[in-house]
Design a protein around this ligand. Structure first.
Ligand code: FCB
Length: 409
């Protein structure tokens, strides 16, 4: 047994007020995001698939939130598409501001806590034409946008995530060259982007706080559980330590002063050794998702235990599996939640869990085939269908924990 039962020995009860929900991002679900760099790359054939209408969540958000409510969620994480709000430099599209007001209001009416991400991989085209994140001006542009969002919509935002996963953004765009701006092994630019993102987070946080000192500002960090492949091998251990430092800690170390909470996105566990390490797959015979990502719930426990050293409240802002047949999702969720529970039992201040994702969506360069959703999407009709696993997660949300009936699974 990995986590203790509660007093009655029946269930794993999570702390009162724990937040349960799902996460999405604008470009992956909304559709028709004409003014960002991903859309452009799709039209130019630089990525293999086009997002098109995606899930048409832009028009169907009310129906989607009604389904989230049916699934007993009490919080929701989504992103505001910068390129919609500011399609040209310094020009604010108030019709889009109004759209997101309706989105947020709908969530608030349902009593949901709102988690708003301001940057989830996509950039406005005008921003890219000025050098994107490599340009120091990015710090000013981004914090001006952040401040504007707070001025317009701040009273409806409970938690604000400035930037989603800076490290994967940089790795995919500047090392692998598979995402915009498609640079391969461009480490100088990668370094500049890293630095500017750190400063942009800090500056955005300060600008927002000047406007509303009570605003809760955080980040969503993709934390990987790095373990040395051979514990006895000092080189494996050293590389594992260094990888952990560069991937998991360096960014957080530089933003903690301007951060109220840390969002943890957990997907990967890697056994590190002297061969190329960052994107190597796990080598310990774990089960895999449809995308070939190893399933290793215990890693979530380790990354939470480490992130806890920053002394900030933690939220699992993403954790999910591509599993079209819905055969592994129940165990995936239960497995990870057991470890979240264990971490909480040991004093780690975890306050919420967001499954990725509310529905199937556009998985970046992989297109629509990976199926992450609690809701299955029929892309022809845009119909949403509850996956069997969504019922299990609903029950967990309703009971604020893992009830006795699910303990044996
Ligand atoms: C995360 C991203 C998210 C989604 C999941 C599967 O790294 O933040 O947009 O693609 O992976």
């Amino acid at each position: 047994m990995i986590a203790k039962r509660d007093e009655e020995g029946e269930s794993l009860q999570f702390p009162k007020g724990f937040l349960w929900g799902a996460a999405t991002s604008s470009h992956q679900v909304e559709g028709d995001n004409f003014h960002n760099d991903w859309w452009q790359a799709e039209q130019e054939g630089k990525v293999p698939f086009k997002s098109g209408k995606a899930c048409n969540h832009y028009e169907l958000f009310e129906e989607d939130f009604a389904l989230a409510e049916k699934m007993n969620h009490n919080a929701h994480r989504f992103s505001i598409e910068w390129s919609r709000i500011e399609p040209e430099e310094g020009t604010w599209n108030m019709r889009e501001v109004h759209h997101y007001r309706r989105v947020l209001q709908r969530l608030k009416d349902k009593g949901f806590k709102t988690f708003v991400t301001l940057h989830h991989f996509t950039n406005p085209l005008w921003f890219v034409s000025r050098g994107g994140w490599e340009n120091k001006q990015a710090i000013f542009y981004f914090s001006r946008f952040a401040r504007f969002i707070y001025e317009q919509l701040g009273e409806l935002i409970d938690f604000c995530i400035t930037i989603n996963e800076p490290l994967p953004y940089i790795a995919m765009g500047y090392r692998e060259g598979l995402w915009p701006p498609f640079r391969r092994s461009d480490y100088i630019s990668a370094f500049k982007v890293f630095n500017n993102m750190v400063l942009a987070h800090n500056q955005a946080s300060k600008s927002i706080k000047l406007f509303n000192p009570k605003a809760k500002i955080g980040i969503a960090a993709n934390l990987i559980d790095f373990q040395p492949r051979h514990r006895w091998n000092p080189i494996d251990r050293l590389i594992s330590f260094l990888t952990d430092y560069f991937w998991n800690r360096l960014f957080l170390d530089r933003i903690t002063k301007n951060t109220d909470f840390i969002g943890v996105n957990y997907y990967f566990h890697h056994h590190v050794h002297t061969a190329p390490f960052i994107f190597g797959k796990s080598h310990s015979g774990h089960e895999f998702s449809d995308m070939g990502w190893g399933i290793h719930p215990e890693g979530l426990y380790f990354v939470l235990k480490k992130a806890c050293h920053y002394g900030k409240p933690l939220f699992v802002t993403e954790n999910g599996i591509a599993d079209a047949k819905d055969e592994k999702r129940v165990n995936f969720i239960l497995g990870h939640l057991r470890y979240v529970y264990q971490a909480i039992q040991e004093g780690v201040d975890v306050r919420g869990y967001f499954y990725w994702s509310l529905m199937d969506n556009f998985e970046w360069a992989d297109g629509f085939w990976p199926r992450f959703g609690l809701l299955e999407v029929d892309y022809k009709t845009m119909k949403r269908i509850f996956r069997p696993s969504s019922k299990v997660f609903s029950e967990i949300c309703k009971r604020n924990g893992i009830p006795p009936t699910l303990m044996k699974i």
